[in-house]
Design a protein around this ligand. Structure first.
Ligand code: MOS
Length: 734
């Protein structure tokens, strides 16, 4: 019986829930030191001098490195600017300016606190629109504008001329932190000129490459080892400052150094999702057909942006609507605020919130049911040109509407059931994420006893990659899952891996794993055909036995074959899958939320949530379902409670703690109902890591609008913002 398609608990579930799982910060090396960073107390300044005298006198301190002496460029820190690991020109509060290593973490903290930094303050700017004005403080010699991203489709003006109605609106999204439970941590040591880094990373291959590049050492001299992960949502997807700083401290002291970020460092020294401001203008016919859409937006990059300039900063409208005329302009601007970078569906969360809130508003103005409105406008071909390899979006919309009983519970905005101060509402949103294909490689080794070992450089940041890789390898080889072991996340052992980014692990690494298992299987069947004297194409391996397909009673134990070929069965898989010319791959979703809004205090409670996804073939429904529930939970945090607040007076983060940066816990979210539309996708699975977070904010905000008849145009929709929206509309009416 194939295991793919069945609900399989995680192969490492026992370690995860019993506390035995080992994370980067847990690893011990003899004689290791502990690192800490000293961070800037100024939003914008030049470091004039650093006095380390007090720090070096703390007992147990073995090294202090400052921005004056450690001149290492961190290439991944901002691919569009030259960013140093420790900066003399600090651009935000919380930026590392020095680092120390000591024999205990307490001594390291003590020493870090005694490093005295003398600054020359520079004027600072905290808002993108301010930052673009002439005379604004300049963060970079190249200017504060990082880039303008444009998209054009059709003829915008013609589209507006064809419209019966034109609507305009503005939406804002806040600064959200990735907030993995595990802190960023790296343990580095040198064996001669050979560097090993145990890293809390989503990408061992990329981290290895980044260490080699920035430290100017050959790739062959670097090993990166990933252990268990306490999450990773884009903020761990390449070499990080703590990886490089740990390596530098270790080189200086000759000892292993563990540098583990604090939660403060995670909030302010690491990166968050960038805030956006989105002005929309949309043209529509009276039957609800979209004719034109214009977006002008600002994206606040903070002091640094840890993504390549090719990466978009707002995504959505061109991917969701067949509207023939569109123009997008996104201005990405530096400010003296904490750095930004990838976080689960980086540009899509903001773009989906803006555009799907807008569509809900248009549907409301025209008196069209939002489900009906979406069915009239959702995209049919990618960019109106390329056929999708598979497209389950209409099914997602219909299935979700049925599941939540849309036709029974939807009502015109503000006209629903009332229970004391509570108002009922229901909302929906579509969304999704491109499902790109990239090369992958894997090895499957078959042991003498017929058990096997898949060797693949996944990191398993929480989605269950170890389990899914093991399942695919076991099925392709024809052995039970219990006989398949996995080695993962080690650049010394595993072939090149793309890293767990862009929701591509299951497809890309899975294809390689399958190819490797099939290669091993061919070798075994070749030998078996001699042993049982049958042509190779008549043979197969099932449940750990070699069988004759036409005479299933002719069978021998796999171990009898593998014993005859000891230690020689190594299957290799290197795949470079290509999307056929003129085709596109996209993972689709439709989400539905039912809410009750307390109009006295502005609090939003979610009473039901339905998420429907087309992610192609589902390999493991159990982990896929929890992937969706995790994504929705994370999205509900952005929708309702999470916001990293940066003071516009001081540049300080007001809430750099889990106490007042409100990540939802299990008790804060309802049961999340998950459905999959398993489309006939030629490559099997499509993406599922990022899609579940994309439609959450607009589904909830549209439900809030349906409840109170007032639109909250900013996420998170805190009670203050809900009340403010109601007051605004009340004033406008009176
Ligand atoms: Mo990610 S946000 O695909 O590393």
């Amino acid at each position: 019986m194939p295991v793919v398609g069945t609900r399989v608990p995680r192969v490492d579930g026992y370690e995860r829930v019993s506390g035995r799982a080992v994370y980067a910060g847990d690893w011990k090396q003899r004689g290791m030191l502990y690192g800490e960073v000293v961070t800037s107390t100024r939003p914008h300044a030049l470091v004039l001098s650093v006095n380390v005298g007090g720090a070096t006198r703390v007992p147990g301190v073995e090294a202090v490195l400052t921005c004056k002496e450690l001149r290492i460029k961190w290439s991944e820190g901002d691919p569009a600017r030259s960013r140093m690991l420790l900066e003399e020109h600090v651009r935000h509060v919380g930026e590392p300016v020095a680092t120390v290593a000591a024999r205990s973490r307490y001594a390291a903290r003590e020493a870090a606190d005694r490093v005295l930094v003398e600054y020359e303050d520079l004027p600072a700017v905290y808002e993108p629109e301010e930052s673009l004005k002439p005379g604004a403080p300049q963060l970079w010699p190249e200017g504060n504008l990082r880039q303008i991203q444009r998209y054009d489709r059709g003829d915008l003006e013609k589209g507006f001329r064809e419209a019966d109605f034109v609507f305009e609106d503005t939406f804002r999204t806040s600064r959200f932190n990735n907030c993995p439970l595990e802190m960023g941590a790296s343990l580095a040591w040198w064996t001669g000129d050979y560097l090993t880094v145990v890293a809390a990373t989503q990408n061992v291959t990329g981290t290895r490459g980044g260490l080699a590049e920035d430290l100017h050492i050959p790739l062959s001299k670097v090993r990166v080892l990933g252990l268990f992960k306490g999450g990773g949502f884009g903020n761990r997807n390449a070499v990080l400052n703590h990886d490089l700083l740990a390596a530098a401290l270790s080189r200086k002291t000759g000892k292993p150094v563990l540098l583990e970020f604090t939660r403060y460092n995670e909030f302010v020294s690491s990166h968050s999702r960038w805030p956006t401001l989105q002005h929309y203008r949309v043209g529509v016919k009276s039957d609800g057909t979209l004719t034109a859409l214009h977006l002008k937006a600002y994206a606040d990059m903070g002091a640094y942006h840890r993504r390549n300039p090719e990466m978009p900063h707002i995504r959505g409208p061109p991917e969701y609507y067949r509207c023939p005329n569109m123009k997008l302009e996104v201005y990405s601007v530096y400010t003296n605020t904490p750095p930004t970078g990838s976080m689960r569906a980086p540009p899509a969360v903001a773009g989906c919130f803006g555009s799907e809130s807008l569509m809900d508003e248009v549907a409301g103005e025209l008196g069209i049911d939002p489900v009906e409105f979406h069915l009239r406008n959702y995209i049919l071909k990618a960019d109106n040109k390329d056929e999708y390899t598979s497209n389950g979006l209409p099914e997602c919309i219909k299935t979700g509407a049925d599941a939540i009983k849309w036709n029974m519970i939807w009502h015109p905005p503000g006209k629903g059931p009332v229970e004391e101060s509570m108002r009922h509402g229901v909302g929906m949103s579509i969304g999704g994420w491109a499902a790109r294909l990239v090369p992958g490689a894997a090895v499957v080794r078959v042991n003498r006893d017929g058990s096997a070992h898949v060797v693949v450089g996944v990191t398993d940041i929480g989605g269950g990659a170890k389990t899914v890789m093991s399942m695919m390898a076991a099925d392709s080889l024809g052995i039970p899952l219990r006989n398949m072991k996995i080695t993962w996340g080690d650049t010394d052992a595993c072939p090149m891996a793309v890293g767990e980014s862009g929701s591509r692990t299951t497809t890309n690494m899975g294809l390689a794993v399958r190819a490797a298992a099939e290669d091993a299987k061919r070798q075994i069947l070749d030998k078996a055909s001699q042993l049982i004297d049958a042509p190779i194409d008549m043979l197969d391996i099932r449940e750990g036995e070699v069988i004759r397909k036409d005479e299933p009673e002719v069978r021998i134990d796999l171990a009898r074959v593998t014993e005859a070929m000891p230690g020689t069965i190594i299957g290799k898989g290197a795949t470079d899958p290509k999307i056929p010319e003129g085709k596109a791959r996209f993972s689709f979703a439709a989400h539905f939320a039912e809410v009750w809004v307390d109009v006295e205090v502005g609090r939003v409670s979610i009473s039901r949530y339905v998420a429907v996804h087309d992610s192609g073939r589902i390999i493991n429904p159990l982990t896929a379902e929890s992937q969706v529930q995790g994504g929705v939970t994370m999205g509900l945090g952005l929708a309702l409670s999470e916001e990293l607040v940066v003071s516009k007076e001081t540049g300080y983060v007001d809430n750099p703690t889990l106490w007042n940066y409100k990540v939802p816990g299990q008790l804060d979210v309802p049961k999340i109902e998950v459905h999959f539309i398993e489309t006939d996708e030629p490559f099997g699975p499509k993406s599922l890591g990022e899609p579940p977070i994309v439609p959450v904010c607009p589904a909830v905000s549209n439900a809030v609008f349906n409840a109170i008849g007032s639109r909250v145009r900013e996420i998170p929709m805190t009670p203050e913002r809900v009340l403010a929206a109601m007051n605004r509309d009340q004033k406008a009416r009176s």
